[in-house]
Design a binder for this molecule. Structure first.
Ligand SMILES: Cc1cc2nc3c(=O)[nH]c(=O)nc-3n(C[C@H](O)[C@H](O)[C@H](O)COP(=O)(O)OP(=O)(O)OC[C@H]3O[C@@H](n4cnc5c(N)ncnc54)[C@H](O)[C@@H]3O)c2cc1C
Ligand code: SF4
Length: 554
């Protein structure tokens, strides 16, 4: 039954069942197992290892080898409740042990102080649930430091003049600058800005028995054959298993969290690899299934006691769905820059992280200069959208441009809008017969204008870098589907009427249920949320351990 070799039986009530072995789930599993608790982690995806990863664009990108497969787990999408639902990929995430950290890009900066208190600084925004977090940057700082040192983040402390205070430098130096990073530095200098070494969850040198990045170039959307990408697959999860108290159970698709008469969770029901239903008992349940699947699971866990879904007395489960806005721009350069080599990006620009309110919109963002495609992907979307799409001219453009193109990505704030949400589709079912994820989402006007502003600045950056041709793709989060930053759908707060979990990720309605993943975010930051997801996970696990030891799980 178990690949981890721990012989828990489903009828054994373990201390904690964790749903999802991704960014947060891996951290929580390691922390709780190390603290002496018996832990079972149920992951719907497979347990792949480094030798299983391959540079096969069709298998990885088209056949969803590492991600949720919309043919088996479809989504629907609509802009408002008045619109018909359209079946289309709406959310994308890693579906394997390690979750999104297996195939992500690894951009790993901390949120800034402003991200936690922005509502107090700029005031309310009509049509949103814009709010402060119930915790501050200072409270989270020690846990950011733990992420950097325990999973291995490369970077240079003090390189960004905008970085929030930190208690320790990075454990490993920044990755070597790539050619596109040199262009970013040139552009930033011309604009009077700073391009600083990108903090990355990728090792620049050997660390804790893991190898450094060999710059293979198949990074974003691919698994790392070297183990240099600091996924939970190669960091937290082996450490959790090494305690002898944590069982990782892959191919286990959780369909319901069960509760007793007192309203306490008793365990979860899941489908195993053979689609048999299994009931795993536990003293407490921790949902780490991400900002789309966690609210879905809560809504699927309706019962007589919780008729609107588990932990949903506020009606907030699934609401305030946030992605990250911004937009992508591309530029062609005179000479060869060979941006396809190495990691996706090595320089980031944060000069517009906190915009002057006089500009007329709330929020801010950043830029990086990047290359995040491979040959087939480049042929599909990498050229200027106005370039020929067929015939000898198309081939000539591909030949000329592959080595001469760079992209400038803007990543910006998304506001929490209550009507933007994840709910259950009333008609569409997945392969297991469960209601599919339905996304209702319309960009807030503030976010769209902000994205347009940033796309224009990204075009300025490309010009300053010397691009001879420039183009942009649609601005705003709505320009790209499926969305991969899934945030806000079980928001954290002090008031049980307006939030789902408390400041330590405990569900307001159910004392032995915890929700630790992108869903607990109150605001979206300016992109790249996973560093913060993991800092929160370290903090939440510490609290769960304290409660369990004091016999206060409920
Ligand atoms: C191509 C790409 C690039 C990205 N690059 C970056 C980046 O550079 N920086 C950054 O910060 N973020 C990046 N992200 C986003 C990042 O992957 C996510 O923010 C992060 O993984 C979310 O962490 P999580 O713990 O909330 O959930 P996940 O990591 O998604 O983990 C959730 C896990 O739960 C499992 N699960 C879900 N439902 C069930 C169920 N019912 N039963 C059992 N298991 C279940 C899933 O299979 C998954 O393994 C990227 C994402 C993508 C797709
Ligand atoms: S570029 Fe580096 S971190 Fe990324 S997959 Fe290749 S070796 Fe791993």
């Amino acid at each position: 039954m178990s690949e981890s070799g721990v012989p828990y039986r489903p009828s054994d009530p373990v201390d904690f069942v964790i749903v999802g072995a991704g960014a947060a789930g891996g951290v929580v599993a390691r922390e709780l197992a190390t603290a002496g608790f018996r832990v079972v982690v149920l992951e719907q995806g497979p347990y792949l290892r480094a030798p299983d990863f391959r540079h096969d664009e069709l298998a990885v990108l088209r056949l969803a080898e590492l991600t949720n497969d919309h043919r088996r787990q479809p989504n629907s999408l609509r802009a408002t409740d008045r619109d018909p639902r359209v079946v289309t990929p709406a959310v994308g995430y890693g579906r394997a042990v390690g979750g999104g950290t297996v195939h992500f890009t690894g951009n790993y900066w901390r949120f800034h102080e402003v991200d936690f208190i922005e509502r107090s600084l700029v005031g309310p925004v009509a049509g949103t649930g814009f709010d402060d977090w119930p915790i501050s940057y200072a409270e989270l700082e020690p846990y950011y430091t733990r992420v950097e040192w325990e999973i291995g983040v490369s970077g240079l402390a003090g390189a960004s003049p905008f970085d929030p205070p930190r208690s320790r430098p990075y454990p490993v130096p920044p990755l070597p600058i790539k050619s596109i990073g040199v262009l970013a530095e040139r552009a930033a200098r011309a604009m009077g800005w700073t391009a600083f070494p990108a903090p990355m969850a990728i090792l620049s040198e050997p660390y804790r028995d893991r190898m450094a990045c060999i710059q293979c170039g198949f990074c974003e959307t691919f698994g790392c054959e070297m183990g240099a990408k600091s996924s939970t697959l190669v960091t937290m999860i082996p450490e959790a298993e090494a305690t002898g108290r944590c069982e990782i159970r892959p191919d286990s698709y959780v369909r319901k969290v069960e509760v007793d008469q007192r309203g306490r969770v008793t365990g979860v029901k899941y489908f195993d690899a053979k689609r048999r239903e299994v009931y795993q008992r536990a003293r407490a349940v921790v949902l780490c299934a991400n900002g789309a699947e966690t609210p879905r699971l809560l809504l699927l866990s309706r019962s007589n006691r919780f008729p609107d879904g588990l932990a949903n007395s506020s009606g907030m489960v699934g609401r305030h769905l946030m992605f990250n806005g911004g937009g992508l721009t591309g530029g062609r350069f005179e000479g060869r820059i060979n941006g396809y080599r190495g990691t996706v990006d090595t320089r980031v620009i944060h000069d517009l992280y906190q915009l002057d309110p006089g500009l007329g919109f709330v929020g801010g963002g950043g830029f990086d200069f990047r290359w995040d495609t491979q040959p087939i992907g480049f042929a599909l979307w990498g050229l200027d959208p106005k370039a020929p799409r067929w015939g000898p001219d198309f081939k000539r453009r591909l030949r000329e441009s592959f080595t001469r193109t760079a992209y400038a990505l803007a990543h910006t704030t998304s506001l929490p809008v209550p009507t933007n949400r994840v709910s259950l589709d009333p008609h569409l079912k997945d392969d297991w017969g469960l209601p599919a994820i339905s996304v209702t989402w319309q960009e807030h006007p503030n976010d769209l204008r902000l994205s347009e502003y940033f796309v224009a600045r990204a075009m300025d950056l490309l010009a300053a870098a010397g691009a001879v041709e420039r183009w942009s793709y649609p601005a705003g989060a709505g320009g790209w589907w499926p969305q991969v930053h899934l945030l806000g759908t079980c928001r954290m707060g002090n008031d049980p009427r307006t939030s789902v979990v408390d400041r330590f990720h405990r569900a307001h309605d159910v004392p032995n249920l915890f929700i630790v993943d992108g869903s607990s975010f109150v605001t979206s930051g300016r992109g790249q949320p996973t560093m913060t997801i993991q800092a929160l996970a370290f903090r939440a696990a510490e609290r769960m351990g304290e409660l369990a030891r004091r016999g206060e799980l409920g």
